[in-house]
Design a protein around this ligand. Structure first.
Ligand code: SIN
Ligand code: CO
Length: 388
């Protein structure tokens, strides 16, 4: 089984070099940059420039083209026409494709090889392509990022400057002033970790591709408003406004004080529990991105055949599936399923490893996995796309 997966997965052993994940989190995460030479030695060639251009023509792929011509930045959103991408000039642009992990099993495996950070914090793998001299300009991001050099060479400059003023009227976030303090040249397989809000600039030294493993850091505002949406759907408050003790108002247009008090008490009585918070987070964090639509299998296997295939070749989650858990609750692509104690160990394994090895599976669990298969959330087999 291990061998079958090998060519699809990055080599985990080298990801942090000599560093233990716990030491990395303590000393670098959110704190300072770290360069790891040959962190992902097998990355180059996993996606060619032509392969990335092809992704950028697809409707179901989020792509952007940043151009820098005669001192002016421009930004266009894909999908792009293949002939336009083929005619891009020799200099001055960068093509960025987000969520490459949704389309390329290697990228999905790469993203999940960062499992020393909870999956709930993972966002996506973005891949960029730039000709020599190209890049997206000096900027800072609000989240942590691991920049992995694919094909070609790139120089990264960073600065701990406090001045984070942005160029006005630019269609993307470009720092008005950038004073590099440190720089590294990354070769294929090298990786640079950058903490949030660290100013950086990547310039391609040759035609180059950079893979960015990005993390999810929703703003407090975003979380709070999503929670209020969740609560609104759940709330069941009995009763209707009544004022049996109504007095004739001095000013009929004035908001009655008694009304403010009564309604204030009703709003104050809105309560939520830790269970609501867990349920909200499980659904919210496992919700697929807006451009993701799961396709059920075109010719679904019958349950018996599915069971045979899963028993002989294992199962793997669709690269776009998000599966998180808390206790008995498993949140898959925004839905909650509760599993009895006897099934939780295998479900946790499926969630952590994003696959189950070949093994006989209990009938009751198989029935649930089969429903997930019919929804397009998981597939029998090793994870080779053609296995679908
Ligand atoms: C890039 O790949 O050019 C941009 C990545 C980044 O700076 O975050
Ligand atoms: Co950046």
């Amino acid at each position: 089984m291990k061998n079958q997966h090998k060519e699809l997965r990055p080599d985990h052993g080298t990801l942090l070099g000599e560093l233990e994940p716990g030491d990395f989190l303590r000393d670098y995460w959110h704190k300072k940059p770290l360069l790891i030479r040959q962190a992902v030695p097998d990355i180059a060639g996993r996606l060619s420039p032509a392969g990335l251009r092809q992704l950028a023509t697809r409707e179901d792929c989020e792509s952007r083209l940043v151009r820098h011509l005669r001192g002016r930045w421009s930004l266009d959103y894909g999908p792009f026409r293949a002939d336009m991408l083929a005619r891009l000039p020799q200099r001055g642009w960068s093509l960025l494709v987000s969520s490459v992990d949704h389309h390329l099993p290697y990228a999905a495996a790469l993203l999940h090889s960062f499992g020393f950070v909870p999956y709930a914090r993972l966002d996506d793998v973005m891949v960029s392509l730039a000709p020599p001299g190209g890049g997206v300009g000096p900027h800072f991001d609000s989240y942590d990022v691991f920049l992995i050099q694919g094909h070609g060479t790139r120089r990264w400059e960073v600065s701990e400057q406090d001045d984070l003023e942005l160029v006005e009227d630019a269609p993307l976030r470009i720092l008005k002033r950038f004073t590099p303090q440190q720089s590294w040249v990354l070769e294929p397989g090298d990786m640079l970790y950058l903490p949030p809000r660290l100013a950086h600039n990547g310039v391609a030294l040759s035609e180059c591709m950079t893979w960015s493993v990005g993390f999810r850091a929703p703003s407090h505002q975003e979380i709070a408003s999503a929670f209020l949406d969740y609560l609104q759907e759940k709330l069941q408050i009995e009763g209707r406004y009544a004022d049996p003790d109504l007095q004739v108002p001095r000013h009929p247009a004035a908001l009655p004080v008694a009304m403010i008090e009564r309604l204030g008490a009703i709003i104050d009585s809105i309560r939520w529990s830790r269970r609501d918070i867990v349920d909200f987070l499980g659904r919210y964090l496992s919700e697929p991105k807006p451009n993701v639509f799961f396709e059920p299998p075109r010719r679904p296997l019958r349950l018996e055949r599915f069971a045979e295939k899963a028993g002989a070749h294992g199962l793997h989650l669709d690269p776009r599936t998000r599966l998180l858990f808390h206790g008995p609750s498993f949140y898959i692509n925004g839905e909650r399923l509760v599993f009895p104690p006897g099934q939780r160990r295998l479900m946790r394994k499926l969630a952590d490893q994003r696959a189950l090895p070949p093994m006989p599976l209990p009938d009751d669990l198989l029935a649930v996995l089969y429903e997930m298969y019919k929804a397009g959330y998981l597939w029998p087999g090793t994870g080779v796309p053609s296995a679908k």
